[in-house]
Ligand binder design. Structure first.
Ligand code: GAR
Length: 220
């Protein structure tokens, strides 16, 4: 059983998906702690409802990132955490923190990395006019959204989409890929080789392409 901590800043819908998939047995992990940097994050209520310990470490209470990160480490020290899952956690973690948890921190990002890194991945993809975007779960390194990619889902951007519709379509996929990434790690199937992640047991090669708008001339 993998002992995990989930870090949040807001609604916590990804946290909810992780909770639900741990409870159903889809994911062989136990959430030992939910940590929020925002005292009013709704995700804290979600944790409490499932009797998961939840703490707030408010970054505004610390004069430096290092002090903030030390306070986070202090909160984690009583739990034997194997994996830290950032789920809408909107603070950058520095090498000071990450070096204490090598290859043990993962993040979900609402775009197909390495495109549209940063704090508004859905909007940046929408504004750019890409036809496909998606979401990515990756290991966290000291860059911003740059670590080895574990899993991605591709989501179409339809021409009559609003940003809100697109965000919902991406989020629905986030709720699938994040528990799956954690389960791959829980079952010991994930290896990092340079900047690439290799997952054991993926025998079936993918062979598909989606085209949008439709390539109608080839449908005949
Ligand atoms: C999610 O869309 C997640 O991918 C995004 O914040 C949202 C949190 O939603 N994360 C980032 O943008 C990180 N750069 P949630 O609180 O409902 O899980």
């Amino acid at each position: 059983m993998l002992n995990i901590a989930v870090f949040i800043s807001g609604s916590g819908s990804n946290l909810q998906s992780i909770i639900d998939n741990c409870e159903s047995g889809n994911v062989n992990a136990k959430i030992q702690l939910v940590l929020s940097n925002e005292p009013d994050a709704f995700g804290i209520e979600r944790a409490k409802k499932h009797n998961i310990p939840a703490v707030t470490v408010n970054h505004r209470d610390y004069s430096s990132r290092q002090d903030f990160e030390d306070a986070i480490c202090q909160s984690l020290k009583d739990y034997n955490i194997d994996l830290i899952c950032l789920a809408g956690f909107m603070r950058v973690l520095t090498a000071h923190f990450l070096n204490q948890f090598p290859n043990k921190v993962i993040n979900i990002h609402p775009a197909l990395l390495p495109s549209f890194a940063g704090t508004q991945g859905q909007q940046d993809a929408f504004d750019y006019g890409v036809k496909f975007t998606g979401c990515t779960v990756h290991f966290v390194d000291t860059g911003v959204d740059t670590g080895p990619i574990i899993i991605q889902a591709v989501v179409p951007v339809k021409q009559d989409d609003t940003l809100e519709i697109l965000k919902k379509r991406i989020l629905a996929q986030e709720h699938k890929v994040y528990p799956q990434a954690i389960q791959y790690i829980a079952q010991g199937a994930v290896k990092i080789s340079g900047n690439k992640v290799v997952i054991d047991g993926l025998a079936n090669a993918l062979d598909f392409a989606e085209i949008y708008p439709p390539a109608k001339i080839f449908d005949k």
